[in-house]
Ligand binder design. Structure first.
Ligand code: CUA
Length: 373
């Protein structure tokens, strides 16, 4: 395989293989290129050979009529059939691997806008055009755009996914980095004047360094904690009461479960459904409830939507099942949040929540937008 890559000149033409996908994608690519070269050479050589062999040798020569060959025709039909079906099956397997999100993946929330990449970690860190992730961990990228179509592209991971506007969908893709280092992030969809400047760097760190890096920005509060504050600020709390007595469905224990809509249709309560329900509340009404919710289109930013979703996720079944969390309390105090581990305690004081400060100073990597006017 190494020799094959060297001969085809691919090992120096391709970016580093920095994710679990990378070798699979490269092997398939190598196979496609190899097959193409093989048949191009075979057919070209046959043409040249037949030029010479079957040339007309005298003015009066009359060639023998050629009858068909069943064996030959069957061979050149059946062999390419299996080769191309093989390519399809192989490609489909890799595609399904890439777009089937594993359950144990950690979330990174991505917002694309002209012309930058903004990242939020569930623990609270926010970055622009820079992304830090741990090596050897499955990462799910949950992506939305504030304006036009962009495409999230990390060549070293062999992932590329369009980020498409619209209220009812997040684009998601996942990856697991296999080596530490710093790799390019590109936008792979023409999105206006500074499209070519919409680039960034992903830094893959080993787990210890990543935990140290994470603890730097926790003073701002996790995404779920900030989402809990927004849940009060936007007044969601007045209708979505946690004891179920409100005019709208209670949201505790709902994330990741199936909900029945008016008309009997079932829908999975995931990030995309929650986003749609905030921006276009009348699109999918839960059975037994009235269409009374106003749209928050234009009021909640993409980042705030992601925080609200992180909050609703944090009061999902995993947290609700934990002792002392959720329950019948009508106050929103989000103690048992899902990826809780090393989170500082949160003290609810009326409307605003205060986060207990942690040791290190805040390190909000809110670099000034580089290419924004
Ligand atoms: Cu964003 Cu091109």
């Amino acid at each position: 395989m190494m020799l094959g890559k060297f001969i085809l000149g691919m090992s120096w033409m391709l970016p580093e293989q920095a994710s679990t996908y990378a070798p699979e994608v490269d092997n398939l690519y190598l196979f496609l290129v190899g097959t193409t070269i093989f048949f191009t050479v075979l057919i070209s050589a046959a043409i040249l050979y037949f030029f010479v062999k079957f040339r007309r040798r005298s003015e009066s020569e009359v060639p023998r009529p050629v009858a068909g060959s069943m064996v030959l025709e069957t061979a050149w039909t059946v062999i390419p059939f299996f080769i191309s079906i093989g390519m399809f099956a192989w490609g489909a397997k890799i595609y399904l691997d890439q777009y089937t999100i594993p359950n144990d993946a950690q979330d990174i929330y991505v917002v694309a806008k002209q012309w930058m990449w903004k990242f939020q970690h569930p623990e609270g860190q926010r970055e622009i055009n820079e992304l830090h992730i741990p090596v050897g961990k499955k990462i799910r990228f949950v992506m939305a755009t504030e304006d036009v179509i962009h495409s999230f592209y990390i060549p070293a991971f062999r992932i590329k996914e369009d980020v498409v506007p619209g209220p009812n969908r997040y684009s998601t893709v996942w990856a697991e980095a296999t080596m530490t280092g710093t790799f390019h992030i590109f936008c792979a969809e023409y999105c206006g004047t500074s499209h070519s400047g919409m680039i960034g760097w992903v830094t893959v760190m080993d787990d210890k360094d990543y935990q140290a890096w994470l603890s730097g920005g926790a003073a701002q509060g996790s995404m779920a904690e900030r989402g809990a504050n927004l849940f009060q600020q936007f007044g969601c709390i007045t209708c979505h009461k946690s004891d179920g007595s409100g005019q709208c469905p209670k949201l505790e224990g709902k994330y990741g479960t199936m909900e029945t809509l008016q008309g009997g249709e079932k829908v999975l309560i995931d990030d995309s459904y929650i986003r749609e329900s905030i921006l276009s509340p009348l699109a999918k009404i839960v059975a037994g409830y009235q269409p009374i919710m106003p749209s928050f289109q234009g009021q909640a930013s993409e980042e705030q939507l992601q925080m609200l979703i992180a909050y609703i996720k944090s009061i999902g079944p995993a947290a609700a099942a934990a002792p002392g969390a959720g329950g019948g309390s009508s106050k929103i105090s989000p103690p048992g949040m899902n990826p809780a581990a090393q989170r500082p305690p949160i003290m609810s004081t009326g409307g605003a929540s205060m986060i207990a400060p942690v040791g290190q100073p805040a390190q909000p990597v809110q670099a000034p937008p580089q290419s924004q006017k």
